[in-house]
Write a protein that binds this ligand. Sequence first.
Ligand SMILES: *Cc1c(COP(=O)(O)O)cnc(C)c1O
Length: 410
Amino acid sequence: MKPVGPIPAGFAGPSRLMVGGVDFAELLERAGDTPAFLYDGAALAARVARLRAALPEAVRVHYAIKANPHRDVLAAMAGMVDGLDVASGGELAMALAVKPAAAISFAGPGKRDDELAAAITAGATLHVESEGEADRALAVGDRLGRTPRIAVRVNPDFELRGSGMRMGGRASPFGIDAARVPALVKRLVAVGADWHGFHIFAGSQTLDSAAISEAQAATLALAERLAEEAGAVPAFINLGGGFGIPYFAGDTPVDVEGVGQALGEALARRRAVLAETGFAVELGRWLVGEAGVYCTRVVDVKESGGETFVVVDGGLHHQLAASGNFGTVVRRNYPVAVAERMDAAPVMTASVVGCLCTPLDRLADRVALPAVAVGDTIVLFQAGAYGATASPAAFLGHPPARELFVAKDG
Ligand SMILES: *Cc1c(COP(=O)(O)O)cnc(C)c1O
């Protein structure tokens, strides 16, 4: 038997899965069928409120919409956060439908000229990822007769310790190496671009609170140095994010209150060049990941080679991350339960496998489960971020997952 990650609080009714205080069976009926993602609107609101209470008041909260761009999730988040961070022309259009352009920033490598033009026309902030992209943005701005608002994404010369995905301190397709940034900023200012500041993103999915605080302090120090070398005062600094959520056995949550306090102290010590600068953190996973579950129905229970396989109607085509094939090196088990019997004692060891014809489609590997029968519902937790839109939905021709947003009032 292998361990599973911790089930997040707020989902267990007396014995059955509840989402936003509503029994899962009713929600699946509303959604139409399994497989389905269920998103808890009240949990999203609680998360944003907790982050705001933890952070210094001057630090704005941005939502990186690639974590979950579902229409209702995005609308709810847009109403609660200060800014939206997008990473494609498609996401830009979605964000513009729910937030003013001044609150939208567009990062990501490989922006096409038509995407640059859409952002410049709307008035969103472009986070340029190279000198070449900065030149293209200026040229597109000239052609449109508009001054582009440009922040420079910096490839920092340090990295976020304990990060699932490192994005700093080495060769990177993201951002411009720190040493070359002052020259670019000088040039942007000289040609009359609306230079908006820096975007410094050091990594993703870390649970190490001290490492996050260290990275934030290093980010401020780097921004001070770059601004002084460029001889220009940044209006705004996006400090990145990187807050993870506990997926696996032994994982513990980020101490956001501690991180907020340390950030307050670091900001209080900042040098004069950043005195008038505005700040934001950008988070995706931490804001929405715990608020979503993936429900999938048992189609078959079979034995082979002395092992039990619970075969479900969903799979990695909807929830790739739970199969261990999205950003993890070693496959480990996400938190999993039987929705009809959340409090029942385990009676067997079984693997939960999806309906795809590939051995990769294993949603839980040799976990302890209560009695499971055909027609029962398996629930995978921590499915609110990088689920439906981060999975190969077209693979093997199964229908997409249903997605249901449970509003705060049920
Ligand atoms: C993906 C991404 C994020 C969000 O990362 P999470 O781990 O979901 O918080 C934030 N900023 C940038 C630049 C990103 O690419």
